[in-house]
Write a protein that binds this ligand. Sequence first.
Ligand SMILES: C[S@@+](CC[C@H](N)C(=O)[O-])C[C@H]1O[C@@H](n2cnc3c(N)ncnc32)[C@H](O)[C@@H]1O
Length: 243
Amino acid sequence: MSQVQIPQDSGSRRDYVKGLFNSIAGTYDLLNTLLSFRMDLLWRRKTVKIANVPPGGFVLDLCTGTGKLAFDFAGRSQASQVIGTDFSQDMVAQALDFKKSIPAPSRQKIIFFQGDALRIPFKENTFDAISCAFGIRNVVDLKEYFSETHRVSKVGGILLTLELTRPSNRLVRIGYYPYLHFYLPLIGRWVSGNPFAYEYLAKTITEFVSPGDILALMEKQGWKKCRAIPLTGGIATLFVGIK
Ligand SMILES: C[S@@+](CC[C@H](N)C(=O)[O-])C[C@H]1O[C@@H](n2cnc3c(N)ncnc32)[C@H](O)[C@@H]1O
């Protein structure tokens, strides 16, 4: 039985999520690798491939965390500028730290700053591609997320939202729930030192809206050609839309 109590009102929930990610920033990448068996790496690469950023394109990575997807865009796409933002100052500090160790051509393309995915400080029609990996389960207002991203996307621009979802494949489901509710919180607590962070992860995956509902929300906010691409039996899903 989960003991984690997630606040319901949007202001408290926002502070709760921010505090949670600040508290696990130092161990976030190690745990990601351990808990996803490195699949997160493949999913991010697939996201960059599907984005197919045009030469010289502008990319915005929301909820960038330690910047993993932003680094992939800088190194593996034709983007000339990649901007990564996150509201957790400690996650952004990690991203800025990692930035120092990557090769100069990629490094020079990336900017990180602290910011809220629901109040994007850019004008209309700015970006060729906007991405968000494992972030939307945490944002307090999904409608606002899809409308803000739509506002700052160029016409013809692409939105790529990668998120952990409940597996659609029956075989995958057999091992998945014991993993999600037992192994994951246990390892998460042990490595991060935070007793609730990985229970939070399990709870938010279990309670998250269905892929069909996400697609409907995207369309309502103006995104076109919306599709959901299941990854690894539906453990993750990449939601894609075009403005
Ligand atoms: C699970 S982490 C994902 C980090 C990264 N995108 C990755 O691929 O590993 C979720 C991140 O979303 C950030 N976040 C949650 N809600 C946010 C919001 N409203 N605005 C900006 N960042 C947010 C958290 O601070 C956290 O760093």
